[in-house]
Design a protein around this ligand. Structure first.
Ligand SMILES: [Fe+2]
Length: 280
């Protein structure tokens, strides 16, 4: 197994590892160390069946069932099928900034115990566009001015399934799903329970308001933190090849999709979320 950095900001690529076999204890521990240090791991692999994908995921954590029932695979309920294909010209907007997946987000932050990691494997990709961008909110926190760190210390924010601050409206929910997603409150600065390192924990699609702050002041601070945590020097943009399997840490990365790809070309992934703790 070989490990190579993807870029200076985020991530490593792991080569020469056969995901169809159970990992050795040494491999698992090496991958865990790389995960905590670089936050994103890219495995090059052929596309896996839903069963194989779930089996691989269980070597890294505890898969959870995701909220949206319509995306769940019929056979393996921990696997979600994410199809972002534009089926008609009308379904592709002119301005990509108003697409939900374009907003820089961390998966699952509207839950009391958000998934600590996401595993995403590409099954079909368009000829151009469709990259997934990642930005390192741990490095961004480290580089904040001391007075901003002091101001953020101890602050909490409300995360909602949807918020007016999001660039676009969220998918509609069934009654059962709505009942499962009351607003939750998380720290504005999150400490990684495995590494002890702090990161900005703001989600453009879900973070609604800082607790105890007027809307205008809260918006100003959230906008500032989003700008800081998504600066180009913290980013890596993944050009997908079919079968690429990414594993990333939702506690210290945000991600965003380049939704500008051709109409009619399939963009299809399978995803598993790994259970995480209540953020502190
Ligand atoms: Fe996501």
């Amino acid at each position: 197994m070989k490990i190579q950095p993807l870029n200076e900001a985020v991530g490593v690529e792991i080569q020469d590892l056969d995901l169809s076999r159970d990992l050795s204890a040494v491999d698992t521990s090496t991958i865990q160390d790389a995960f905590l240090e670089y936050h994103l791991i890219c495995f090059r692999s052929p596309p896996l069946s839903h069963f194989e994908f779930d089996r691989v995921a269980r070597q890294f954590g505890d898969p959870q069932e995701q909220l949206l029932r319509k995306q769940r695979d019929d056979d393996v309920s921990t696997v979600s099928i994410l199809n972002s294909t534009y089926k008609t010209p009308e379904s592709k907007p002119d301005d990509m900034n108003f697409m939900r997946l374009t907003g820089w987000h961390t998966d699952d932050s509207y839950m009391m115990k958000p998934a600590k990691a996401t595993m995403l494997q590409s099954l079909e990709i368009p000829n151009s566009g469709g990259q997934t961008g990642f930005s390192n909110s741990r490095k961004a926190y480290d580089d904040l001015p001391d007075d901003v760190k002091a101001r953020c210390d101890g602050l909490q924010a409300v995360h909602s399934y949807d918020t007016k601050r999001a660039p676009a409206t969220a998918s509609s929910l069934s009654k059962v799903e709505t009942n499962e997603t009351p607003d939750v409150i998380h720290p504005l600065i999150r400490t990684n329970d495995d590494s002890g390192k702090k990161a900005i924990y703001v989600n453009m699609n879900r973070t609604d308001q800082i607790v105890g702050m007027e809307r205008a002041e809260s918006d100003e601070l959230l906008d500032y933190l989003v700008e800081r945590m998504t600066r180009p020097e913290y980013r890596y943009h993944h050009e997908w090849s079919v079968g690429d399997l990414l594993l990333w840490d939702n506690r210290c990365l945000v991600h965003s999709v380049n939704m500008d790809f051709p109409v009619g070309q399939t963009r299809l992934h399978q995803r598993i979320l790994l259970k995480g703790p209540t953020p502190v």
